[in-house]
Design a binder for this molecule. Structure first.
Ligand code: ADP
Ligand code: 5GP
Length: 190
């Protein structure tokens, strides 16, 4: 049985999940490695295949579904599929490292169900919906339409936070990082 564990981190878009994960990945003691998902969306900017994602055609993605290659997958946005390959989890845990999975809220629930005690699911919450909107606006990467969609979706996602093992509120960033690090340290050493 592989030694590495799974840490799922989910949050409504704009909460600060990527910022927090970025900070945690710097901590060598946690032995974290990021799980590269497969997706049918096109690469953005400088993204490269096999680095940020495995970029697949819809046909290839569907073939892999049929071959039972995914631990979980979801159509996160209309027409855009994202999924965790079982081979990716095996590759990382097989090396004795702990896998960090950045998944949408439904994918996170699936992984926890599938891997049970070997997985820890963490939900990062914004202090409020207003703050979430402000963060999306100040990030400056999304159109106003996109921001409205993300905020509307956040309300649904927050209603599922209770399905997660634990929740961290990202109000003051340093505090949220410290709290998340503490939770993960306890889990990986437990
Ligand atoms: P996500 O990955 O959840 O979509 P990001 O990590 O991109 O979110 O963060 C969204 C924006 O909010 C970024 O501009 C980031 O710098 C900022 N941010 C993250 N955490 C905080 C915080 N605690 N306080 C204020 N701004 C934050
Ligand atoms: P983006 O297109 O902005 O990189 O990611 C969009 C969303 O897809 C994010 O909420 C991210 O957490 C989610 N996501 C990325 N990979 C996976 C995956 O393998 N499975 C699931 N269910 N969601 C994913």
């Amino acid at each position: 049985m592989a030694k590495g564990k799974l840490i799922v981190i989910s949050a409504p878009s704009g909460t600060g999940k990527s910022t927090i994960i970025g900070e945690l990945m710097k901590d060598d003691a946690l032995k974290l490695e990021f799980s590269i998902s497969a997706t049918t969306r096109a690469p953005r900017g400088s993204e490269r295949d096999g680095v940020e994602y495995y970029f697949l055609t819809l046909e290839d993605f569907k073939q892999r579904i049929d071959q039972d290659e995914f631990a979980e997958y979801h159509e996160v946005y209309e027409g855009r599929y994202y999924g965790t390959l079982k081979s990716e989890i095996k590759r990382i845990t097989g090396n004795g490292r702990n896998v960090v999975l950045d998944l949408d809220v439904l994918g996170g629930i699936d992984v926890k169900r599938l891997y049970g005690k070997k997985a820890l699911s963490i939900f990062i919450k914004p202090p409020s919906i207003d703050t979430l909107r402000q963060r999306l606006l100040s990030r400056g990467t999304d159109s106003l339409d996109d921001i409205n969609n993300r905020v509307a979706r956040a309300e649904y996602e927050l209603s599922l936070a209770g399905e997660y093992d634990c929740c961290v509120v990202n109000d003051v960033l340093e505090d949220a990082v410290a709290q998340t690090r503490e939770i993960i340290t306890e889990f990986v050493n437990g």
